[in-house]
Write a new protein. Structure first.
Length: 344
């Protein structure tokens, strides 16, 4: 009797899916083409449409590639937590169900991981490019990292980014054991914006990085119901602030600001805190301005040196310009940034 040889999956791709029947197939079809080198973990987050049936059909058709989880609704973070529990791949990538991966980019990523395995090289994080695919837009905005070292392993001292850039979930592929065994990552459940925690907290375990300059992730934006839609963000501002405050506390409790890692994580916090602040400013009501003041006071209580540093950096200065006219200027800078970077 012959035994089937176990082949380690190079990459586990976790797909959180909630009421995703309209676009789930586009996402999964972009992953399936990678074949047996990937493990696709489809997580039905208590969907009320045909998502559960679609997911089960993929498992029946591709049992060696597709794993399925059906869970009670616990949000994006809960879906990733449960996906991590059963993942077996060398590396982990999260792909939201309304997004998709480029076939050529995915093949190059898998080829690259295969070569690293053959050379017994273990990386902590692989960085790739992503594109904003906007509804009704003719042109996609490419986000890449031209200042990062190319064709070499590097550490935090070599990380250089331009203003407004940071490593989003779309650009990050983590080593699985870093997330599961070292960081012991547990994302908050039933909230939006947990992807910032997914990227931020494990960074303290990252020592060896590689920038693979390929266009991999297609980030589909512009739907009215999307969590990054400005109106939706304002309705969910309590969730954004909870995530922001958790990041502040994590930094205050764990990070040495004098290190290269500390400087990058400070830069990351500057962006997230500025996003929270500008959404509150654009809410215009006094209750939102009170929440903004509360956020900055929380930062001051947790880490006063960080508070002063962020308040005197470009984004912090912009969102803290005094008075009504200052808020108009801050809002104008935000609209300009949207036009340049193509988000929301």
């Amino acid at each position: 009797m012959t035994r089937t040889k176990f082949v380690e999956k190079l990459l586990s791709i976790i797909v959180p899916a909630y009421n995703s029947e309209a676009y789930l197939e586009r996402c999964v079809n972009s992953l399936i083409v990678a074949g047996n080198r990937v493990e696709i973990i489809l997580v039905d987050d208590g969907s009320l449409d045909r998502t559960p049936e679609i997911i089960d059909e993929y498992h029946e058709r591709f049992p060696e590639i597709v794993k399925v989880i059906h869970e009670e609704n616990s949000g994006h973070g809960g879906a990733i937590n449960n996906g991590l529990k059963i993942a077996t791949g060398k590396y982990i990538k999260v792909c939201d169900s309304d997004d998709w991966l480029d076939f050529a980019g995915l093949k190059r990523l898998l080829d690259f991981i295969e070569v690293q395995n053959e050379n017994d090289t273990e990386l902590d994080m692989i960085l790739t490019n992503y594109l904003y695919d906007k509804v009704n837009s003719r042109h996609n905005k490419l986000i890449h990292f031209p200042a990062l070292p190319k064709n070499k392993i590097f550490g935090w001292k070599q990380v250089k980014l331009v203003l407004g850039q940071y490593f989003m979930m779309h650009s990050v592929t983590y080593r699985r054991t870093l997330l599961v065994d070292e960081a012991k990552l547990q994302l908050p459940t039933n909230v939006s914006y947990d992807d910032n925690i997914y990227v931020f907290e494990p960074l303290i375990y990252v020592k060896k990085m590689y920038y693979l300059d390929v266009n991999l992730y297609h980030y589909f934006i512009g739907r009215d119901d999307q969590s990054v839609n400005e109106d939706v963000m304002l309705r969910k501002i309590d969730q954004q602030l909870m995530i922001n405050k958790r990041m502040i506390k994590f930094y205050a409790d764990n990070i040495d600001p004098k290190t290269a890692l500390g400087k990058y994580m400070c830069f990351y916090l500057e962006i997230i805190t500025a996003i929270s602040s500008i959404i509150l400013i654009r809410g215009k009501k006094e209750q939102y301005l009170d929440l903004k003041r509360n956020l900055w006071q929380y930062l001051k209580r947790k880490d006063e040196p960080l508070y002063h540093k962020l308040k005197h950096r470009p984004l912090g200065m912009t969102v803290n310009l005094p008075g009504h006219s200052g808020r108009i200027v801050a809002s104008g800078f935000y609209r300009l940034a949207k036009a340049i970077y193509g988000f929301n």
